[in-house]
Design a protein around this ligand. Structure first.
Ligand code: FAD
Ligand code: UDP
Length: 386
């Protein structure tokens, strides 16, 4: 008999399992249909002994001290500032677009932020309102750079033109007039020192948490006994797709090992104009691992396969809201995470959402008497960054 059935052992499910077990002494069963914990953040050592992210590159970044400190209970960190180059017109240039990108692509010599700002302002096209992923880019950098860096990549990644996608998608990538070539500017940019799977292992290591892998919710929900559910899978699947399926974008990952020490100068190279894949990741940049060989992942976007990305556009959001309304009226089930709330969330946002859900649960679900609190949760020491 469990107090909670948690469907999904990714960040959403694992954070809630940890909080409920440690803070309330609740008995938690975590299931996942995959053969591993960690959800999409799962990493593993391949046959050559190289640490690889099974579902593509996962770089941790956040501005939230609370989220960073919380995760620091389960891991030490390595400092890592992510850098991305895009192969454009036969050259490799920094993305997000910055002054160096413009200078390289246009053979100019803009020296100051103000010069770059003027250069972009001359090309930016005013739009009456900014709604789509096309509007948001063209209104800042103009059509030519948009076509070089955003249009082809987005069409490949989403199977849609940027004009068909919500502005929030391409707005994830800013434009800079300085020469900062980091992909993110968050306060905390770190990687778990021993990998994500190790972090999840520590999070779920508690006497009140039972983990069952290779286990689908549909196969087990009527067999095990539990009081409440936390569901982190697709919300449309939970409700039998009664309002029709929500679209998700998938990827095929081609993982390869090369017998050379380094393959590319930075963690990720994007291909907005050529190739069927969108980007190539070389993990040693991310993980800091030293090894004579190197592991890469090529990402091929695909309409079918595991659901990796909700597709942000108005009609999908409208359909999601029907499910959300149904969820609100479904007692004793909490929907949390990227698939269950149909939001294009990064890892830190999912952790934040799970911690907020835990706070709501503590206010609305009384703690059961007689539940022992085990002293085995890791102490909340100061974060360690090596
Ligand atoms: P998931 O990790 O998807 O976990 C949900 C789990 O539920 C899955 O393991 C699934 O198998 C399981 N499940 C679903 N339905 C069922 C069922 N019926 N029965 C049993 N189990 C079920 N974020 C960043 O912050 N930085 C990055 O660099 C980054 N890179 C990314 C790259 C890619 C290619 C992708 C796809 C995502 C990336 N993300 C990144 C986002 C990150 O993966 C997510 O924010 C986070 O992992 C979501 O956690 P979650 O728990 O909501 O979902
Ligand atoms: N994007 C692009 N060209 C690039 C990088 C990003 O067009 O070189 C667009 C594309 O639509 C992509 C979105 O910006 O899906 C968000 O990029 P991000 O790197 O955040 O995607 P993720 O890592 O989540 O796949």
């Amino acid at each position: 008999m469990f107090d909670w059935l948690i469907v999904g052992a990714g960040f959403a499910g694992s954070v809630l399992a940890e909080r409920l077990a440690v803070e309330r002494g609740d008995r938690v069963l975590v299931i996942d249909r995959r053969p591993h914990i960690g959800g999409n953040a799962y990493d593993y050592y391949n046959d050559a002994g190289l640490l690889v992210h099974k579902y593509g590159p996962h770089i941790f970044h956040t501005n939230s001290a609370e989220i960073f400190r919380y995760l620091s209970r389960f891991t030490e960190w390595r400092e890592y500032s992510h850098r991305v180059l895009a192969e454009v017109d036969g050259q490799r240039v920094p993305v997000p677009i910055n002054r160096t990108t413009i200078n390289l692509l246009y053979g100019c010599d803009l020296k100051t932020d103000a010069e770059a700002e003027d250069w972009l302002a001359l090309r930016a096209e005013a739009r009456p309102s900014i709604q789509t992923s096309e509007d948001v880019v063209i209104s800042k950098i103009g059509r030519e750079l948009y076509e070089k860096i955003f249009r082809g990549y987005t069409r490949k990644q989403w199977g849609l033109d940027p004009s068909e996608l919500d502005k929030s998608v391409t707005a994830r990538v800013p434009t800079r007039v300085n020469t900062d070539d980091r992909y993110f500017t968050d306060t905390y940019q770190v990687m778990p020192k021993n990998g994500y799977t190790c972090l999840f292992g520590r999070m779920l290591d508690h006497p009140n948490i039972t983990v069952m892998l290779d286990t689908d919710y549909a196969d087990i929900s009527s067999i095990v006994e539990y009081d409440r559910i936390i569901y982190t899978g697709q919300i449309d699947e939970y409700f039998g797709s009664c309002f029709g399926p929500l679209p998700y974008r998938s990827l095929q990952f081609e993982h390869v090992t090369r017998a050379c020490e380094w393959y590319q100068p930075v963690g990720v190279v994007n291909f907005p104009q050529t190739e069927d894949y969108t980007r190539v990741t070389e993990y040693k940049h991310l993980t800091g691992q030293e090894h004579p060989m190197t592991a890469l992942t090529f990402e091929y976007p695909s309409a079918s396969g595991d659901p990796y990305y909700p597709v942000p556009r108005a009609e999908n959001q409208a359909r999601y809201q029907l499910y959300e309304e149904l969820a609100r009226n479904t007692p004793n089930v909490w929907f949390v995470g990227r698939l269950a709330t149909y939001r294009y969330y990064n890892m830190d946002q999912v952790v934040g959402q799970a911690l907020a859900t835990y706070r709501k649960i503590s206010l609305s679900v009384p703690r059961l008497a007689g539940h022992d609190l085990h002293a085995s949760s890791p102490p909340a020491n100061d974060p360690v960054i090596n």
